[in-house]
Design a protein around this ligand. Structure first.
Ligand SMILES: Cc1cc2nc3c(=O)[nH]c(=O)nc-3n(C[C@H](O)[C@H](O)[C@H](O)COP(=O)(O)OP(=O)(O)OC[C@H]3O[C@@H](n4cnc5c(N)ncnc54)[C@H](O)[C@@H]3O)c2cc1C
Ligand code: FES
Length: 355
């Protein structure tokens, strides 16, 4: 993958400055940011940033996929949707305007197509899950040539399909980008000639008859991704070529739960967590996490997703053992260097943390 050469790249100790706020659908807004120092953004399509939002009750951290493409490195765009009860994203919609400065952590994430340019892609998304697909498609389009991408976007209604004009512009110039939309219901007084209903096996076969030859990337609500996985497994697709990104904590049934290792935190066993910089120590159960223990000690380790994907809660372990089950939010190098993710690490006995 081409990288920026010679340019000064943005580092997350510099707050971002908002340069545009654009509505992209009902309740959906795209915020673009630049680096005030003029540094360029170096990331990979599909990666995310975590924003530090100064809410009235204290800082909150929210993770958003970068919907723009690293091939356009002078600014970065996050496209967000505020659900009914949203606090963090709603704050962004109400408070971030041109000129607002926001702290961000990252970029991070491993939902990045690490396959050759000529590998055919099938990108399947629902709702906000379209954001990584937008970055991946724009990036490949900007590289030139003829990326073979079958892009499937599902939404409740046609008016909720995000980036439609931008996608259609790209597809109109590169015939090997094929767009398919699926909606559950019509807009009142709007004509719709595309697919209607739940995305299903029949639609998949019509949209991408060669899906067995494609690398598949999927992002959307867990129930949606589960249905896609079931469909592909039923068709005999080689799941080594299936990749997904989850925006919410995975809900695992007992049958789905991965067999990890023989370490099982015991609710009856107690552990001690020492926070060396905070000068506090907490007695807790092994089933507690380092994050909940820190809160019990009155400390505030920043956290975003709380399920081991965003990396916001990374801290250094100085001594002792933890049982960590993360979702890709920490690299092997960081683990070897002694770092852990506080939100998904359980203390096993006496543990000392640099916090
Ligand atoms: C890797 C990744 C990429 C994402 N990309 C996007 C994107 O491109 N666009 C977008 O709109 N949203 C994205 N999200 C979801 C986003 O981070 C927020 O979770 C979502 O917007 C809800 O936060 P809120 O502030 O709107 O709601 P709130 O109701 O304020 O927050 C939700 C509540 O759940 C907790 N919480 C926050 N984030 C999560 C989470 N991910 N899972 C479970 N609980 C959580 C909070 O602590 C809070 O208590 C992404 C999430 C992840 C993990
Ligand atoms: S809060 Fe996201 S990895 Fe811990």
């Amino acid at each position: 993958m081409p990288r920026l050469v010679g340019a000064r790249t943005w580092k997350d100790d510099e707050p971002l400055e908002c340069v545009s706020v654009v509505p992209d659908g009902p309740g959906v807004v795209s915020f673009s940011f630049r680096s005030p120092s003029g540094a360029w953004f170096d990331y990979q399509p599909g990666q995310f940033l975590t924003l530090e939002l100064p809410l009235p009750g204290g800082k909150a951290y929210r993770t958003y996929t970068i919907s723009s493409s690293p091939s356009r490195p002078l600014s970065i765009t996050l496209t967000v949707k505020a659900a009914g009860a949203s606090v963090g994203t709603r704050w962004m919609l109400d408070h971030i305007t041109e000129g607002t400065k926001v702290k961000a952590i990252g970029p991070g994430g491993i939902f990045v197509p690490d396959v050759p340019f000529d590998r055919k892609l099938l990108l399947i998304s629902a709702g906000s899950g379209v954001t990584p697909m937008m970055s991946i498609t724009t990036y490949r389009w900007d590289l030139g040539g003829a990326p073979d991408i079958c892009f499937v976007q599902c939404a409740r209604r046609p008016s909720e399909l995000v980036f439609r004009r931008h996608l259609e512009h790209m597809a109109s110039r590169v015939p090997s980008i094929q767009l398919h939309y699926v909606v559950r219901e019509d807009d009142p007084h709007g004509a719709w000639s595309g697919y209607r209903g739940q995305f299903n096996q029949l639609m998949l076969g019509l949209m991408a008859p060669d899906y067995l030859e494609r690398e598949i990337y999927c992002c959307g609500p867990e129930s949606f991704m589960q249905a896609v996985r079931d469909m592909l497994i039923g068709f005999g697709y080689d799941m080594d070529h299936y990749h997904q990104e989850t925006f919410t904590a995975p809900v695992l049934t007992e049958a789905d739960a991965p067999v990890l290792d023989d370490v099982v935190p015991d609710p009856e066993s107690s552990s001690e967590v020492i926070f060396s910089r905070g000068g506090a120590s907490v007695i807790c159960a092994e089933t507690d996490t380092i994050l909940t223990a820190s809160r019990g000690a009155g400390l505030n380790i920043p956290s975003g997703c709380n399920f081991g994907i965003c990396g916001t809660c990374k801290v250094r372990k100085l001594a002792g053992e933890v049982h960590m089950v993360h979702n890709g939010g920490i690299s092997e190098e960081d683990i070897e260097a002694g770092y852990i993710l506080a939100c998904c690490s359980h203390p096993m006995g006496k543990v000392e943390i640099d916090a």
